[in-house]
Write a protein that binds this ligand. Sequence first.
Ligand code: GRF
Length: 226
Amino acid sequence: MAGAAQQTLPIVVLISGRGSNLEAIIEATRRGELPVDICAVISNRPDAAGIEISRQAGIETVVVDHACYSDRARFDATLQTTIDSFNPGLVVLAGFMRILTPGFVNHYHGRMINIHPSLLPEFPGLNTHQRALDAGKRVAGATVHFVTAETDGGPAFLQVRVAIQENDTAETLAARVLQHEHRLYPEAIRQVAGGRIALDEQGRATLDGIPLETASLLEPDVATGT
Ligand code: GRF
Protein backbone atom coordinates (compact mmCIF):
# COMPACT_ATOMS: atom_id res chain seq x y z
CA MET A 1 0.00 0.00 0.00
CA ALA A 2 1.48 3.32 -1.05
CA GLY A 3 2.68 5.43 1.83
CA ALA A 4 2.09 2.78 4.51
CA ALA A 5 5.11 2.41 6.76
CA GLN A 6 5.97 -1.27 6.99
CA GLN A 7 7.37 -2.49 10.28
CA THR A 8 10.68 -4.27 9.97
CA LEU A 9 11.71 -7.16 12.19
CA PRO A 10 15.25 -7.04 13.57
CA ILE A 11 16.98 -10.36 12.90
CA VAL A 12 20.38 -11.90 13.64
CA VAL A 13 21.70 -14.57 11.25
CA LEU A 14 24.01 -17.35 12.48
CA ILE A 15 26.34 -19.07 10.01
CA SER A 16 29.22 -21.55 10.00
CA GLY A 17 30.26 -21.74 6.35
CA ARG A 18 29.48 -20.83 2.76
CA GLY A 19 26.64 -18.41 3.49
CA SER A 20 24.59 -18.85 0.33
CA ASN A 21 21.32 -18.79 2.28
CA LEU A 22 22.52 -15.64 4.06
CA GLU A 23 23.18 -14.12 0.64
CA ALA A 24 19.66 -15.03 -0.52
CA ILE A 25 18.22 -13.35 2.59
CA ILE A 26 20.34 -10.23 2.03
CA GLU A 27 19.26 -10.04 -1.63
CA ALA A 28 15.57 -10.53 -0.83
CA THR A 29 15.84 -7.75 1.77
CA ARG A 30 17.53 -5.46 -0.76
CA ARG A 31 14.79 -6.13 -3.30
CA GLY A 32 12.29 -4.97 -0.69
CA GLU A 33 10.69 -8.42 -0.43
CA LEU A 34 11.59 -9.02 3.21
CA PRO A 35 10.52 -6.64 5.98
CA VAL A 36 13.58 -7.36 8.13
CA ASP A 37 16.61 -5.50 9.36
CA ILE A 38 19.67 -7.78 9.48
CA CYS A 39 21.27 -6.34 12.64
CA ALA A 40 24.20 -8.74 12.67
CA VAL A 41 25.69 -11.92 11.27
CA ILE A 42 27.47 -14.16 13.77
CA SER A 43 29.81 -16.98 12.73
CA ASN A 44 31.26 -19.65 15.01
CA ARG A 45 34.08 -20.17 12.50
CA PRO A 46 36.60 -17.43 11.71
CA ASP A 47 37.16 -18.91 8.22
CA ALA A 48 33.50 -19.07 7.14
CA ALA A 49 33.12 -17.77 3.57
CA GLY A 50 29.82 -16.18 4.57
CA ILE A 51 31.69 -13.63 6.71
CA GLU A 52 32.89 -11.89 3.54
CA ILE A 53 29.36 -11.87 2.11
CA SER A 54 28.13 -10.22 5.29
CA ARG A 55 30.94 -7.64 5.40
CA GLN A 56 30.52 -6.78 1.72
CA ALA A 57 26.86 -6.10 2.46
CA GLY A 58 27.89 -3.70 5.23
CA ILE A 59 26.34 -5.81 7.98
CA GLU A 60 27.90 -5.92 11.43
CA THR A 61 29.75 -9.24 11.54
CA VAL A 62 30.92 -10.99 14.69
CA VAL A 63 32.95 -14.18 15.17
CA VAL A 64 32.33 -16.23 18.31
CA ASP A 65 34.86 -19.00 17.73
CA HIS A 66 33.66 -22.20 19.40
CA ALA A 67 37.26 -23.48 19.46
CA CYS A 68 38.08 -20.82 22.07
CA TYR A 69 35.62 -22.26 24.60
CA SER A 70 36.29 -25.17 26.91
CA ASP A 71 32.72 -26.45 26.78
CA ARG A 72 29.41 -26.06 24.99
CA ALA A 73 27.72 -24.21 27.87
CA ARG A 74 30.35 -21.45 27.92
CA PHE A 75 30.23 -21.06 24.17
CA ASP A 76 26.43 -20.87 24.20
CA ALA A 77 26.49 -18.31 27.03
CA THR A 78 28.76 -15.98 25.04
CA LEU A 79 26.78 -16.59 21.87
CA GLN A 80 23.55 -15.72 23.71
CA THR A 81 24.99 -12.51 25.16
CA THR A 82 26.28 -11.53 21.73
CA ILE A 83 22.96 -12.22 20.01
CA ASP A 84 20.96 -10.43 22.71
CA SER A 85 23.14 -7.32 22.44
CA PHE A 86 21.44 -6.78 19.05
CA ASN A 87 17.95 -7.29 20.50
CA PRO A 88 16.61 -9.37 17.60
CA GLY A 89 12.99 -10.43 17.23
CA LEU A 90 14.14 -13.52 15.33
CA VAL A 91 17.33 -15.58 15.22
CA VAL A 92 17.90 -17.23 11.84
CA LEU A 93 20.19 -20.27 11.65
CA ALA A 94 21.59 -20.46 8.11
CA GLY A 95 24.00 -23.36 7.91
CA PHE A 96 24.95 -22.99 11.57
CA MET A 97 26.65 -26.28 12.39
CA ARG A 98 26.61 -26.44 16.17
CA ILE A 99 24.47 -28.52 18.50
CA LEU A 100 22.92 -26.03 20.93
CA THR A 101 22.29 -26.56 24.65
CA PRO A 102 18.63 -26.81 25.81
CA GLY A 103 18.95 -23.65 27.93
CA PHE A 104 20.08 -21.67 24.89
CA VAL A 105 17.34 -23.09 22.69
CA ASN A 106 14.65 -22.42 25.32
CA HIS A 107 15.80 -18.82 25.65
CA TYR A 108 14.85 -18.31 21.98
CA HIS A 109 11.66 -20.38 22.13
CA GLY A 110 9.47 -19.32 19.21
CA ARG A 111 12.13 -16.82 18.07
CA MET A 112 14.68 -19.08 16.39
CA ILE A 113 14.32 -20.90 13.06
CA ASN A 114 16.51 -23.23 11.01
CA ILE A 115 16.66 -24.50 7.44
CA HIS A 116 17.38 -28.19 6.92
CA PRO A 117 18.05 -29.86 3.55
CA SER A 118 15.46 -32.65 3.72
CA LEU A 119 11.73 -33.09 3.94
CA LEU A 120 11.59 -33.37 7.74
CA PRO A 121 10.72 -35.52 9.61
CA GLU A 122 12.66 -37.57 7.03
CA PHE A 123 16.43 -37.46 7.34
CA PRO A 124 17.30 -35.25 10.30
CA GLY A 125 21.04 -34.87 10.83
CA LEU A 126 23.81 -35.02 8.25
CA ASN A 127 24.27 -36.49 4.72
CA THR A 128 20.61 -35.97 3.94
CA HIS A 129 20.93 -36.16 0.15
CA GLN A 130 22.89 -39.41 0.08
CA ARG A 131 20.44 -40.92 2.54
CA ALA A 132 17.48 -39.86 0.37
CA LEU A 133 19.13 -41.48 -2.68
CA ASP A 134 19.99 -44.65 -0.74
CA ALA A 135 16.38 -44.92 0.44
CA GLY A 136 15.18 -44.81 -3.18
CA LYS A 137 13.21 -41.59 -2.69
CA ARG A 138 11.70 -39.86 -5.72
CA VAL A 139 11.36 -36.48 -4.05
CA ALA A 140 13.81 -34.55 -1.87
CA GLY A 141 13.58 -31.02 -0.51
CA ALA A 142 14.19 -28.66 2.36
CA THR A 143 12.32 -27.60 5.49
CA VAL A 144 12.17 -24.50 7.67
CA HIS A 145 11.28 -25.19 11.30
CA PHE A 146 11.31 -23.61 14.72
CA VAL A 147 14.30 -24.71 16.75
CA THR A 148 13.67 -26.84 19.83
CA ALA A 149 16.00 -28.92 21.98
CA GLU A 150 15.56 -31.87 19.61
CA THR A 151 18.01 -31.41 16.72
CA ASP A 152 16.07 -30.85 13.46
CA GLY A 153 12.94 -31.89 15.39
CA GLY A 154 11.13 -28.59 16.05
CA PRO A 155 7.77 -27.71 14.44
CA ALA A 156 8.16 -27.41 10.68
CA PHE A 157 6.10 -24.79 8.83
CA LEU A 158 7.35 -24.46 5.25
CA GLN A 159 8.88 -26.96 2.84
CA VAL A 160 10.00 -27.06 -0.76
CA ARG A 161 9.91 -30.31 -2.73
CA VAL A 162 12.48 -31.11 -5.40
CA ALA A 163 12.16 -34.09 -7.76
CA ILE A 164 15.06 -36.56 -7.68
CA GLN A 165 16.39 -37.36 -11.15
CA GLU A 166 17.58 -40.80 -12.22
CA ASN A 167 21.22 -39.79 -12.60
CA ASP A 168 21.39 -37.65 -9.45
CA THR A 169 24.36 -37.93 -7.12
CA ALA A 170 24.37 -36.48 -3.61
CA GLU A 171 26.26 -33.50 -5.08
CA THR A 172 23.92 -32.74 -7.97
CA LEU A 173 20.89 -33.20 -5.74
CA ALA A 174 22.37 -30.96 -3.01
CA ALA A 175 23.10 -28.23 -5.56
CA ARG A 176 19.55 -28.36 -6.97
CA VAL A 177 17.92 -28.39 -3.52
CA LEU A 178 20.11 -25.44 -2.48
CA GLN A 179 18.73 -23.33 -5.36
CA HIS A 180 15.28 -23.89 -3.93
CA GLU A 181 16.44 -23.24 -0.36
CA HIS A 182 17.24 -19.75 -1.62
CA ARG A 183 13.54 -19.28 -2.50
CA LEU A 184 12.32 -21.08 0.60
CA TYR A 185 14.18 -19.33 3.41
CA PRO A 186 13.34 -15.71 2.48
CA GLU A 187 9.68 -16.69 2.09
CA ALA A 188 9.68 -18.50 5.46
CA ILE A 189 11.24 -15.47 7.16
CA ARG A 190 8.71 -13.22 5.43
CA GLN A 191 5.87 -15.27 6.91
CA VAL A 192 7.34 -15.06 10.42
CA ALA A 193 8.16 -11.35 10.10
CA GLY A 194 4.63 -10.64 8.90
CA GLY A 195 3.23 -12.41 11.96
CA ARG A 196 1.50 -15.12 9.92
CA ILE A 197 3.64 -17.93 11.34
CA ALA A 198 4.17 -18.30 15.09
CA LEU A 199 4.59 -20.90 17.80
CA ASP A 200 1.56 -21.33 20.11
CA GLU A 201 1.53 -22.14 23.82
CA GLN A 202 1.36 -25.86 23.08
CA GLY A 203 4.53 -25.53 21.00
CA ARG A 204 2.75 -25.97 17.65
CA ALA A 205 3.53 -23.91 14.58
CA THR A 206 0.49 -21.87 13.61
CA LEU A 207 -0.45 -20.20 10.32
CA ASP A 208 -2.75 -17.21 10.80
CA GLY A 209 -3.45 -18.53 14.32
CA ILE A 210 -4.44 -22.05 13.21
CA PRO A 211 -2.15 -24.96 14.18
CA LEU A 212 -0.47 -26.56 11.18
CA GLU A 213 -0.96 -30.33 10.88
CA THR A 214 1.94 -30.47 8.44
CA ALA A 215 4.28 -27.91 6.97
CA SER A 216 2.93 -25.80 4.09
CA LEU A 217 4.46 -26.31 0.66
CA LEU A 218 6.23 -23.47 -1.09
CA GLU A 219 4.56 -22.66 -4.39
CA PRO A 220 5.06 -23.37 -7.19
CA ASP A 221 5.56 -26.99 -6.15
CA VAL A 222 8.46 -27.82 -8.45
CA ALA A 223 8.45 -31.55 -7.69
CA THR A 224 5.02 -31.93 -9.22
CA GLY A 225 4.89 -28.75 -11.28
CA THR A 226 1.68 -27.53 -9.62
C1 GRF B 1 22.17 -25.60 3.63
O1 GRF B 1 22.04 -26.73 2.83
C2 GRF B 1 21.20 -25.63 4.79
O2 GRF B 1 20.00 -26.29 4.50
C3 GRF B 1 21.97 -26.44 5.82
O3 GRF B 1 23.30 -26.02 5.68
C4 GRF B 1 23.52 -25.56 4.34
C5 GRF B 1 24.06 -24.17 4.45
O4 GRF B 1 24.49 -23.66 3.21
N1 GRF B 1 21.44 -26.21 7.15
P1 GRF B 1 24.90 -22.13 3.09
O5 GRF B 1 26.00 -21.89 4.11
O6 GRF B 1 23.69 -21.30 3.38
O7 GRF B 1 25.39 -21.97 1.68
